[in-house]
Each structure stands twice: as C-alpha cells, then as structure tokens.
Write a protein of this length. Structure first.
Length: 490
C-alpha cells in the first residue's frame, strides 16, 4: 500500500452515477480535486458525471466548483480548479436509465474506466443491466457504496447481480472507515511493534470496547435512515471492520488477498450475536452542546411511532484461539454528547498486588486507547508513583498524537480510496465474503430485533446498555479522554 501513495494511475475515465447527489458534492468531487492538486489522477482521463438533472458540462462544473469551495480540505484555488474542471463532463440520464448506455458509450473516450455508483442501492440493478447491455462492462471496474444489502439474503442477491456483470476482481466495495489513516495505522501499530503484538490477545486483554459516537442527529436523511438504523448503517460495516482489524492475525504478506483472508477469518469467528445481548435505542428531544435537538420521531421522513434504532450496543464473542473468552462491547449512536470513535483494550489486572494488606489501594489495570477520531492518537494508561514521601499510585498517560508527531493533516478517506481504486489496489476494500460473514453474525438480531429504549439527545445513550457489561463500565464519553493523571480514572 505504502508505495502507492505517489503513483500515477494508468489512463482511464471515471464515470460517476449520482453525480449531482450529496456524496458527490461532499466527498467525491472534493477528493478528486485534491488528487488533481497532488498530480495523482490518471494523466489522461475524464470525469464524466451523470444523473437525471438536466444540465450540461458547464452546470456540472459550477456544481463541482461549489462543492470544492465548501468541502475541499486544502481550500479552493482558482487556477488549480480550472485545470481540474477541464476533466469534468456531464450527461443527463433518464430515471429508468433507458438509452443511458448508448449515450455514455458515445461520451466516454478511453477503453478503460472506473464506474462509481453513488446512488441508492435500489438503482444498482438497473444500472448494472444497462452497463452490460451497452457492452460497457467490458473495460470497467466498479465502486459501490454501502449498504451492501439489507440482510444476508439481499447481500447474497446483490453479490450475484454484481457477478453477473463483473468479476469480483473488478469490484470495489467502499467502507470509508478503511480509508482513514488511523484505521490503517492499526495494522502498523499491531504488526510493526513486538511490544504490542505480544500483549494483543486473551492472555493480557480482559475486555475490549469499541465506540462510534456521533453528536449529530440524522439531519436530512430521515426517509433513508428509517430503512437502515444504526445496526445496518454503522455496525454491519464500520464497526465489524474495526473489530476484524483489531482481532486479525498477521497476514502472510501485505498482499490485498492475504489481508482480506485474515479479516474474513475473524468475521467468521464471531459467534452469531444473541439478541438478548443487544440494546437498541432511539433519541428523543434533548440538548447537544447546549443546542436544542428535536427527537428522531420529529424529523422529516420519520414515522411518529418509528422503532428504528439510532443507537445500538452489544456484547460480541470472537471464537478464535487468540480471543476466546474476551468480551467485545460495541456501541454506536447518533445525537450523543460527543463525537468520538475509539477502541479501548482493558488489560487483566496484575496477578499479585504489591501493596496488598497496606493502606495503599491498587487503582486500576492498564488500558490501551486507540483514538480513531478526533484527536487522533494512541495512549496507554499505566500506573506511576506520585512524587512524595508516601506511595500513592496514579494512573498516567503515555501518549502518541498524530498532530504532534507528524505535524500534517491526514488525507480524507475518499482521496485514498479513489486513488487506490484507480490503481487497482483492493487492500482497503471489502470483499464479497466479508460482507456476507458480517451479515451472518448479525442475522439473529435482524430476525428478532430487541425493543427500542429511548435516550435524550446529548446523553451517552440508554441506561439499559450498562446491563450488557459483565465487568467495568462503559468508557466515559462525557469527558475528554485521559487528559493526564486523573483520580477519576480509577
Ligand atoms: C456513514 C454513515 O457511513 O458514516 C453515517 O452512513 C455516519 O450515518 C458516517 O454519519 C460517519 O462517518 P465519519 O467518517 O464521520 O465517522
């Protein structure tokens, strides 16, 4: 992967379905612009946008200009944008895609292309069929966005539909979490450090908590979210991928398939989740960072008696030699008190307390915290003696922070992923068997969804989530993580 970073991809076009949508505006166009600034787009190749909106190349370029002005991480530069905009072209398509294939075929210049389906999954099959009919599948590779199905059955059907048109080697399933620097660093942290790999198993680790907390609500996505919910939106993909990267054994090489083989082994080792070990929640009206947030059921597109979950917590077992017996606690939610994605490994306690029988209490066991976002970094919580005449143990933090160590802003996940797909590198994309294994683990819950508990927006989620823990408590969301020695960490 590393050597990819400066490689210029072979000549090819990029064809984007859903080119006037939210994903294109917020993520794809800004990421493509950043790649253009770095000289990492193919030397020759157009970006052909298509959607039902009636407009020409000029209209699309204006749309892209606004997208870049609003969302490009390194800011808008007129001359550089003009250079990038030369690649942008647009073709209007019909709702039922009739005749689309011919139109696109005429507009595309090169024999090879990357096709990006930035459209709702309900549109996939028609588009795939149109690509096949117009003989455009030949020479194409395909990027698709989650959700990869709605459950195991629909995921299998989707994979079959994809494979009727393209082989697996030309399909890129995006989970943008894999494009995050901090997520990729999990591999380097684990497999590049003897110190770490030695402690990374059931002998030392007592339990693990994974959290994806968001402080935003569902915003304008009410209608879509009603059919999704947190389990399908976050757990099935982002969280199970984080779990797989946390638990996987070292791959035999850095070959994409070797890595994905190891991830899929973990996903297969997850014991199908017992619905009684799952807590679902939905946010009600509350206040987030001092601002009033309406409840989920008050949002446009949401039914007034909706039971869709905006929060889910669960206990998961990984039946592998390395992890058997270690509970993994997963939780994610919208409208919580903070935005934070983290993995916390709690170590077992020392076998004998040195100061047993004295007044000096033993405070806490070691802990490794991987901060995926924000405040990206990794810290160890260890005990130290507080200076002074008596022995007082204090938890202190050994810390690595990306900002401080590298003094650079990480690239956006979509930049990395688009560049890799242009290069034909599958490492950071999800393979067919991974999606199916992840759905299999969640099947019992999807079949018997536990009832929904309510929690006020701005809180840490429903109280009922505490009942899942066999020991300890959930890592506190309301404080900034471990800002130094703190007795409250005890
Ligand atoms: C998306 C989900 O995949 O990830 C959204 O559909 C969620 O609901 C988003 O808000 C979170 O991404 P990030 O990168 O902000 O953690």
């Amino acid at each position: 992967m590393a050597e990819n970073q400066l490689r210029v991809p072979a000549d090819q076009d990029l064809l984007v379905f859903g080119a006037t949508g939210d994903l294109a505006r917020r993520k794809l166009l800004p990421a493509l612009y950043e790649l253009s600034l770095q000289g990492l787009l193919p030397r020759k190749g157009e970006i052909l946008g298509t959607a039902t909106k009636e407009q020409g190349d000029h209209g699309f370029r204006e749309f892209a200009r606004q997208a870049v002005q609003e969302f490009a991480r390194s800011g808008f530069r007129e001359r550089e944008f003009a250079e990038f905009a030369k690649r942008l072209r647009y073709v209007t398509t019909t709702h039922d895609q009739s005749g689309t294939g011919e139109k696109l075929s005429k507009a595309l210049q090169l024999p090879h292309r990357l096709v990006y389906l930035a459209v709702p999954p309900s549109a996939f099959t028609t588009i795939l069929e149109e690509l096949r009919r117009a003989n455009l599948a030949r020479g194409s590779s395909l990027i698709i966005e989650k959700p990869f199905g709605h459950d195991l059955k629909s995921a299998i059907a989707l994979n079959q539909a994809l494979h009727r048109v393209l082989p697996e080697e030309r399909i890129y399933r995006i989970d943008h979490y894999l494009g995050k620097e901090t997520v990729q660093n999990l591999l380097v942290f684990r497999f590049g450090n003897t110190l770490i790999e030695r402690i990374w198993n059931r002998d030392v680790v007592d339990r693990v908590q994974l959290t994806v907390a968001e402080d935003i609500g569902i915003e304008t996505r009410g209608r879509l979210y009603e059919e999704t919910g947190a389990l399908r939106d976050i757990v099935q993909n982002h969280m199970l991928q984080l779990l797989a990267l946390t638990c996987m054994s070292p791959p035999s090489s850095f070959d994409p398939e070797a890595l994905r083989d190891e991830k899929v082994k973990v996903l297969h080792s997850i014991r199908p989740v017992d619905p009684s070990e799952v807590v679902r929640g939905q946010y009600t009206r509350g206040s987030v960072h001092g601002e009033l947030m309406p409840g989920y059921r008050e949002m446009e597109g949401v039914s007034q008696d909706s039971t869709t979950e905006t929060y889910v917590a669960m206990r998961v077992s990984v039946d592998s030699w390395e992890w058997a017996g270690v509970p993994f606690y997963l939780r994610c939610g919208k409208a919580l008190c903070t935005r934070r994605t983290e993995i916390v490994l709690y170590c077992r306690d020392v076998p004998v307390h040195l100061f047993r029988g004295t007044d000096i209490g033993h405070l806490t066991a070691n802990r490794v915290t991987i901060r995926i976002q924000p405040d990206e970094g990794i810290s160890f919580s260890v005990l130290a003696k507080e200076p002074g005449p008596t022995v007082i143990e204090q938890p202190v933090r050994l810390d690595f922070s990306y900002g401080q160590s590298f003094k650079t802003q990480p690239a956006e996940a979509y930049e990395r992923l688009l560049h890799d797909a242009f290069l034909g590198d599958h490492t950071l994309f999800i393979r067919q068997d991974e999606t199916e294994a992840a759905w299999t683990a969640l099947e019992p819950v999807l079949e018997h969804m536990p009832r929904v508990n309510f929690y006020p927006a701005g809180s840490e989620g429903p109280e009922a989530a505490n009942s899942l823990l066999l020991s300890g408590s959930w890592h506190d969301l309301s404080h900034h993580i471990e800002t130094g020695p703190r007795l409250s960490d005890v």
